[in-house]
Design a protein around this ligand. Structure first.
Ligand code: AN7
Length: 361
């Protein structure tokens, strides 16, 4: 028996496919290498023969896929001598930027929309010591301000307009290809700024062009109906959705994502807040997997497209669960109509509670 080499992070693992040098100081937290979990119960409930997987990106160090891009972006910012990074964020990017800046020993400034960021994410941005600037506007307003301020202030933007972000994020596609031994037939993702869907396509194409695999997936992007510029065919000015992560009306990777749709013969679709929350609950109750609302839209979408036959029987489908459910306990608890019962601290009371639950099921 031999011991396996320690996993240190995705830059180390994919060094030959990423823009780093031998002497680059890598800023990492052991990100990547996330589980690809085969769903058992949901396909059975759908009554369809499909091979459905979720890529559990919520298990990255700060709880979202953003860590893949952030390890690259912060590594390069430090290499280039930057002392501070800045981002606008709906939540996950701010937490990730704050953590990697702390790791690097540099400053982080994060602009977040007032009142529209989940508590877990605000807690992370604050506890890691970033400067949190809450703006009386939405993500899109914040993004414009970040671009403007970075023209004069000594700060490096680490939103996905920073090309190193997509370089890091493309490694999720590498992992899926390696684990499945080839491409899935369909890859379903939530779409906000569309950086992630573009980065995945980049990763898939890279392995394809290098002959590592000989097939490519169809890429499918899902948006919340109140924040669905790719469905409307134009920017949306006042995006609204319970899935705060994707409450974005002016996607930064607009052209890239349309290219992905065309090249992969994919499509975009939209879901109501109610449908998004129902999918989140279904994943937790039927598969034991807790993701945030924005992430659940990928499974909502796959389920609908499998049922309608748009995704055919026998297909291999990967859904990216971009962020962990613990980000937003309030929304999760709000979904649990059964609530919590309070009883006396006695054996009889606890037995009664158990017996009535068993009897009622
Ligand atoms: C859980 O954190 O934009 O289409 O500022 O947090 O690549 O933007 C988050 C985006 C999907 C959309 N799922 O990805 C931010 C931010 C979750 C997210 C997306 C986000 P992109």
């Amino acid at each position: 028996m031999t011991l396996r080499a320690r996993y240190t992070g995705l830059i180390d693992r994919y060094r030959d496919r990423l823009p780093v040098h031998d002497d680059t100081r890598i800023i990492c937290l052991g990100e990547g290498n996330t589980p690809l979990v085969r769903l058992n119960n949901i396909p059975r409930l759908l009554g369809r023969e499909v091979d459905m997987y979720i890529k559990y990106e919520g298990l990255n160090p700060t709880g979202s896929f953003k860590d893949r891009g952030m390890t690259m972006a912060v590594t390069k910012a430090v290499e280039e001598g930057s002392q501070a990074i800045i981002c606008a964020s709906t939540g996950n990017t701010s937490a990730s930027a704050a953590a990697y800046a702390a790791r690097a020993g540099i400053k982080a400034f994060v602009l977040i929309p007032e009142g529209k960021i989940a508590m877990g994410k605000l807690a992370q941005a604050m506890i890691h010591g970033s400067t949190v600037i809450q703006i009386q506007g939405n993500f899109d307003d914040g993004m414009e301000l970040v671009k403007q301020v970075a023209e004069t202030a000594p700060v490096t933007i680490v939103n996905s307009i920073n090309p190193y972000r997509l370089q890091g994020q493309k490694t999720a596609a590498f992992e899926i290809l390696e684990e499945l031994g080839g491409a899935p037939d369909y890859h379903c993702l939530p779409v906000g700024n569309a950086g992630n869907i573009s980065a995945h396509w980049m990763g898939y194409k890279e392995y394809h062009e290098h002959g590592v695999v000989n097939d490519l997936p169809v890429m499918v992007g899902y948006q919340a109906s109140g924040a669905a510029p790719f469905l409307r065919g134009e920017m949306v000015d006042n995006p609204e959705t319970v899935a705060t992560a994707i409450r974005i009306g002016h996607p930064q990777s607009w052209d890239k994502a349309w290219a992905v749709q065309k090249e992969s013969s994919g499509w975009f679709d939209e879901f109501s807040d109610q449908e998004i929350l129902a999918a989140q609950k279904m994943l937790t109750e039927k598969e034991g997997i807790f993701c945030e609302p924005a992430s659940a839209i990928s499974v909502a979408g796959a389920m609908r497209d499998i049922q309608s036959g748009k995704i055919p029987a026998g297909a291999k489908v990967v859904c990216t669960l971009t962020g962990h459910g613990l980000k937003d306990p309030d929304t999760a608890i709000g979904q649990c109509t059964a609530g919590v019962q309070t009883v006396q601290a006695s054996l009889g009371a606890v037995e009664d509670a158990i017996m009535s639950a068993i009897g009622g099921s």
